[in-house]
Design a protein around this ligand. Structure first.
Ligand SMILES: [Zn+2]
Length: 110
């Protein structure tokens, strides 16, 4: 039923895993001895770390969405059970919340 989304999510999962691996590798690579270069690298690390947590978060979402496809729950909001807008699913196949709950969540996170 959600074959398209499933394939997209699988692709996304692969991409994210690769990205996370790359970030991990650059984060663990050796620091430069030169302090000026090391300072730049430290700044880069901050960006990478933010990217890393973002990617891991996204990977979790993708995994959750894939699980829900398998359980035949995909397309329904994980929070309130309402049907998720099809357009929304197309744009963000990893979403597991309807627009209302997503907004609510964003609001409480602020
Ligand atoms: Zn909802």
């Amino acid at each position: 039923m959600y074959k398209k989304q499933q394939n997209k999510l699988k692709e996304l999962k692969k991409e994210l895993k690769q990205r996370i691996k790359d970030i991990k590798e650059s984060l663990t690579s050796k620091r430069s001895q030169d302090w000026e270069e090391a300072a730049v690298e430290a700044e880069n690390d901050e960006v990478l770390e933010a990217l890393y947590s973002e990617s891991s978060q996204e990977l979790l979402q993708v995994k959750f969405a894939l699980k829900r496809i398998k359980a035949d729950e995909y397309g329904d909001c994980a929070e309130c059970g309402a049907e998720i807008n099809k357009k929304r699913l197309k744009i963000m196949p990893f979403t597991t919340l309807c627009i209302k709950c997503a907004q609510q969540l964003e609001y409480t996170h602020r």
